[in-house]
Design a protein around this ligand. Structure first.
Ligand code: ATP
Length: 429
């Protein structure tokens, strides 16, 4: 089919209850998004898949869930207070503000005035707040702009509680906040978003091996999301474009409808963060190899995944249009393990109590087995199928009069639209 358009994704997401504009009822709040019932389910499926792959199923990984508000010293030591900035320019004519590196600065995008932009100034992207009732410098804190620091600040605790062998990693999933100058492109660049990050602690001499390991793991992740391999591209980030802490970075970019853009990053952060903590907190971050006297501050490989950008890539790559019986059909060919609803169950007719009763039995049994199963008895069967296709439900099950006689049902496949007759026990046991 032809290329997917961004407006198709945004409109389906809103119409079917995946993603709504944040605070929409009051005219919105730029850069914020609310997840509806299907969006939250898809998002959780992505986050749970990640946790399962990278934390629960590995012997060398630990999970944490650190506080979003942290002592301001964290952000001073990490360099975020001084350097977590983007270059901001302002139009002298209409006062619109833009991120300099994202626009052509010869002409204002808003009012069209030529040569109206100011010199760029560095704008810090952290949201500042005060903790407690006193509003002074000592109470300043920030909403975390990355989850990583919540891992680094707990590194010592985890080493002391679990005595892990090196290499080992710590994973965290949670909200991050950045006061982006120009939030845009649906959830791609939000001011409040969700990250899934791993800090993998290694012997300094072995960083390349671990970097390669995580590069492969990233590809496994992309496969598990069902993204087409030819839409993902590795970009070796040149030194001048790398974050202040990184000695090597690969951006994994995805061909979104808005262009080829960063989906996730893999960085070698050296011992930058642990050394900063050691120096500023005055506590040793050294690791001692068991049974030896060899001591050093571990180096770090960081795969950093964004939930929203993954969700957007999943929606884009599963969006399909085809024709069924002369009518256009839209469907989401979501991988089954990510689909928000696994089965939809309907009685053929909703005014026949015996059909409804039997359908309820099947519904309960499927719900017990698969969790997220939907009941739909609105409109005719064709309309029900269209609705389920649009939200990516892999199977629709219909209970009819034959079901009462022989315990079989019709099951329809989302992708092929083929219908088969199966026994109830085949799908519920
Ligand atoms: P960009 O260059 O696009 O601003 P970045 O390089 O600053 O992104 P990182 O600091 O490497 O991003 O953050 C790690 C991951 O967090 C990104 O790969 C992305 O998936 C996600 N992420 C970062 N900023 C945002 C945002 N504003 N909205 C949604 N996701 C984001």
């Amino acid at each position: 089919m032809s290329e997917v358009k961004m407006e198709d994704i945004v409109s389906l997401a809103k119409r079917r209850g995946f993603v709504y504009q944040g605070s929409e009822i009051y005219g919105g709040l730029s850069g914020t998004w609310d997840y509806g019932p299907l969006g939250v389910s898809l998002k959780r499926n992505i986050m749970n898949l990640w946790w399962d792959m990278f934390v629960d199923s590995r012997d060398d990984m630990y999970g944490v869930d650190a506080a979003i508000l942290m002592n301001q010293k964290v952000w001073q030591a990490s360099g975020h207070v001084d350097t977590f900035t983007d270059p901001l320019v302002e139009c002298g004519e209409c006062k619109s503000r833009f991120r300099e590196d994202q626009i052509d600065t010869s002409k204002c995008l808003n009012c069209g005035k030529e040569g109206s932009f100011s010199e760029a100034r560095q704008f810090n992207m952290m949201f500042k707040t005060n903790v407690g009732p006193v509003d002074d410098e000592s109470s300043v804190s920030y909403l975390r702009p990355e989850t990583a620091q919540g891992i680094f600040t707990n590194y010592r605790n985890i080493v002391d509680s679990f005595y892990p062998d090196l290499p080992f990693g710590v994973g965290q999933v949670g909200k991050a906040f950045r006061n982006e100058i120009s939030p845009r492109d649906f959830v791609f660049r939000s001011r409040e978003f969700e990250q899934m990050e791993i800090e993998y602690f290694v012997h300094p001499g072995n960083w390349e091996e671990s970097f390669e390991h995580w590069r492969q793991q990233v590809w496994e992740w992309l496969k598990a999301l069902g993204l087409p391999e030819d839409k993902v591209h590795e970009l070796e980030v040149p030194e001048e474009d790398r974050a202040h802490y990184s000695k090597r970075t690969i951006d994994f970019e995805f061909d979104y409808p808005i262009g080829r853009k960063e989906l996730l990053g893999l960085a070698y952060r050296t011992d930058f963060d642990l050394m900063n903590i050691q120096n500023s907190a005055g506590k040793s971050m050294e690791y001692t190899i068991k049974g030896t006297n060899e001591k050093f501050v571990p180096h770090v490989i960081e795969p950093s995944f964004g939930v929203e950008r993954a969700l957007m890539a999943v929606l884009v790559s599963s969006y399909r249009e085809d024709e069924q019986n002369g009518e256009k059909r839209v469907f989401l060919a979501l991988p089954h393990h990510l689909a928000p609803v696994k089965y939809c169950v309907s009685p053929l007719l909703k005014n026949k109590p015996e059909l409804v009763e039997k359908a309820r039995e099947v519904y309960q049994a499927l719900k017990k087995k698969h969790g997220n199963v939907m009941w739909d008895d609105n409109g005719n069967i064709g309309k029900r199928y269209r609705r389920q296709d649009e939200i990516g439900t892999p199977y629709c099950v219909v209970i009819d009069f034959d079901s009462l006689e022989d315990n079989t049902v019709t099951i329809r496949d989302r992708d092929t639209t083929e219908q088969k007759r199966v026994t109830i026990s085949e799908i519920t046991e």
